[in-house]
Design a protein around this ligand. Structure first.
Ligand SMILES: [Zn+2]
Length: 492
């Protein structure tokens, strides 16, 4: 059942969904006997390139066909359906064998087909051929053999040698539209004599990105997993996704800037055995929908959603660098809930930043005594200089360590002089992170490159921050504090 894609693979041109512009042209060429010896099919993965290549190969060697479609009955067609037609040679250029096959091809190509009229060579992922193999292929295309037909396929047209391209008739396969995908899935469901709950098909389509193979594989798995009507909840489970309510809780908390609630949602999902990466993907998808809806309504939430999407996309990049995947999600919560404030108070962080910029002397109280505070005016200019290159600096650091870049987004330059900049961290986690020599040097190197002078980075903890302990004289710990303790535990 999981091989729906193979089981119901289109056998004739008219069964291919969504590529009518290709199949119509090919059929017309067949009917008018205007065949060429080399075709190139390009387009996204899972859109039917290999399937169409096989149908074309089948028709070319069909013994009985009179129209544009293969007969499906003759010996050649049946051999093709069973995958044992020796006149059709499939080469996967992505594998090592593919390269060897191309090398051997020039010697073999002279021999006549054994059953049909043509020897058809289908070369998948042709852009992955080594230069040597590509040269061998080009040679065979330049000196066409009458009985040999090439069908090349690729997902990356721009990587195919122009000299090869110029020898081929080129066909573009497009990503399936929602309607085309729906038509195909409904057809499969009908073939399997099964029903699906409302929304299941939409859910599959949204997660397949126009790739038939992915959509059909998901549907196939779901058919195996469930006995009766296909349910959306089962599909979410199959994908490793937590229930709707958890995802909505998470996004709602992010919107309101409630780190504790967002954290609870993430932990509920992860402790429940759901995949953090899938959680992240799904959150990005939903946040995008919400952003679009907010934009359509001209709502003030649009900007907030954009920031959330950015933080989540960053988290997805961070996945490769963090010791545990949910840390990437924790960092996204940190970025959104603690540096941007709640949506209602959108102006707050900026106001605070300006206030801080105007009070460099007060800030300098927290400097170590061995460092004399810079002159007020020079200080202000120094801060501005660093503030100007701050986003570039984050970008530069990001290429080396994305987690450090995420932390730097929550850190502000507050004082500066020639050769020194004071950076204010609101959380001890951040300050401690950058007090390790390696991380500090990473920032200093970027400063030197961007400012043109060797500059020391001094990380200072904001006295007023919740995690510095001063604002927490009460019995309970603040949400942020608890949150940072969690993060700290994992980072060590
Ligand atoms: Zn036939």
């Amino acid at each position: 059942m999981t091989t729906l894609y193979r089981q119901y693979r289109p056998a004739i041109f008219s069964e291919v969904t969504g590529q009518k512009h290709v199949t119509d042209t090919l059929q017309a060429a067949i009917v008018r006997n205007r065949l060429t010896h080399a075709y190139l099919f390009y387009g996204p993965r899972g859109t039917g390139k290999t399937t169409t290549a096989r149908i074309l190969a089948k028709r070319l060697n069909c013994e009985k066909a009179t129209g544009a479609e293969p007969c499906g009955q003759c010996e050649s067609c049946q051999a093709m359906a069973a995958g044992r037609n020796i006149d059709v040679i499939e080469i996967d250029a992505a594998s090592n064998r593919g390269i060897d096959d191309i090398r051997a091809l020039r010697d073999r190509i002279a021999s006549a087909p054994s059953m049909g009229k043509y020897k058809v060579y289908i070369v998948d992922e042709v852009h992955m051929l080594t230069p040597e193999a590509a040269a061998a292929l080009l040679k065979t295309l330049e000196e066409p053999v009458k009985h040999a037909i090439f069908i090349l396929a690729t997902t990356e047209l721009h990587k195919v040698l122009p000299t090869i391209l110029s020898r081929c008739q080129v066909y573009r396969f497009k990503r399936a539209s929602r309607e085309e995908m729906m038509e195909r899935l409904r057809f499969l469901l009908k073939q399997e004599k099964r029903q699906a709950e409302d929304g299941v098909m939409d859910f599959i389509i949204e997660r397949s990105d126009g790739c038939y193979r992915d959509a059909e594989s998901l549907l196939g798995q779901l058919l195996t997993l469930q006995e009766n009507e296909l349910k959306k909840e089962a599909l979410m489970e199959l994908l490793g996704l937590p229930p709707d309510s958890v995802l909505e809780d998470f996004l709602g908390a992010m919107l309101r800037g409630e780190s504790a609630a967002a954290l609870t949602a993430v932990d509920t999902a992860c402790n429940g055995g759901h995949d953090p990466e899938q959680f992240l993907q799904e959150s990005i998808r939903r946040a995008r929908d919400k952003a679009l809806a907010a934009i359509a309504k001209n709502s003030s939430e649009a900007g907030r959603w954009t920031a959330i999407i950015r933080a989540l996309l960053q988290a997805r990049q961070d996945l490769d660098y963090v010791p545990q995947p949910q840390i990437a999600l924790h960092l996204a919560i940190l970025t959104i809930c603690t540096t941007q404030g709640p949506v209602q108070g959108g102006g707050r962080p900026t106001e605070k930043k300006e206030a801080l910029l105007q009070q460099p002397q007060q800030e300098s109280k927290s400097l170590p005594t061995s460092n004399k505070p810079a002159e007020n005016k020079a200080n202000q200019q120094g801060v501005e200089k660093v503030a100007k290159i701050w986003s570039q600096l984050i970008e530069a650091v990001k290429s080396k360590n994305p987690v450090a870049a995420t932390f730097l987004r929550a850190i502000e330059p507050i004082a500066g002089s020639e050769g020194r900049v004071d950076l204010r961290a609101r959380y001890s986690l951040h300050r401690n992170f950058f007090s390790t020599p390696r991380n500090k040097e990473m920032v200093e190197e970027a400063l030197e490159v961007l400012l043109g002078v060797k500059t020391e980075a001094v990380f200072i903890l904001d006295e007023a921050s919740p995690s510095s302990g001063q604002s927490n004289s009460g019995n309970g710990k603040s949400r942020e504090e608890q949150f940072y303790e969690t993060v700290k535990e994992v980072f060590g």
